[in-house]
Design a protein. Sequence first.
Length: 364
Amino acid sequence: MIVLMAVLLGLSNCKKNKVDIVYDKKYVKEIKEIREELGFYLERNFIPGGSFAIAKNGEFIYSEGMGYASKELNVKVNRKTKFRIAEISELFTSMVYQLMVEEGILNPDSTVQYYLTDFPQKKYKLTLNDLVNHTSGIRKPIPKELEWDGSTINLATRIDYFRNDSLLFEPGFTQYPTPFSYDLLAAIMEKVSQKTYSAILKEYLTDTLHLTNTEIDNPYRIISGRTNYFDNNIAALNLNAPFIDLRSRAQSEGLISNAEDLVNFGNAILFSDVIPENVKDRLFKPISLKSGEKTRFSNGWVLTETKNGAKLYGMSGSVIGGGATLLIIPEEKIVFAAAVNLTSEMNDLPVNSVIEPFFNQKER
């Protein structure tokens, strides 16, 4: 039985604070332990606030907002607080892409130039499949291209950064993650649909799956529940993160969301009839590389295993003022997500300690 409570519990000291938590009473002992782990994770990394959630068999067994969304106003994070999710944004884009492929709107083997006739020809054939699987050979952005100077506010301007560059290698030879691949993919999706990326995202995913806390991070709009964004200085003291406009990078690293929406997205992949089985089958299918290397990515997802050998699909990302992680362990039917409001690589997130207590649990 899932219990929704506003409880008075101490997270890191003797002072009792009101927190917003969902938990399954069957796992009280395990949840108490992982709450301590996650609280320590925030403390030792000087992260003001975070959102964490776990589901098993399609049902939430734990969800909580910890810490502060605004330190200046002393506003606590709650379960609906929205965070920047960085490269997790690619997973939404790849899913929309696969749904458009399933509908016959896009063809994975077609070239970029088939859809964008003004995109320059390259030495090698560049397909949509190369874009979604990070085998395009397109370069990574240089630091200046990751800054916001007031001019890069749409996809066309962003693509101008690299449209005339040569490819670094023959597409399909190796995997080389770059947000530019997903920027170009989104431009194609906009062209064929005659809709903005925001409208496409709503139509195919966020409205359909009721992901009410996932949207494009527009710094000029009032967005209810959006956290403030933080950086740390060299003394590990929290500062307000520099201003940045991520709208032109929404498809690759510019969405905001929270742990519950991310877990609901993962649950939809495992259990929802809204996503066709053909799409689910393709999503995590390893691809063959011309170099003979082992595949690391499929449709934006990292393909790996737990230390116990169970298949694990996920992604972590970082952007100015935020970081996020989404993991799916299909054999255990577990989905875990986390999001924080500090520029963070998420490397220190205690993933194993959080998910392993729920492996192969017997009915209680």
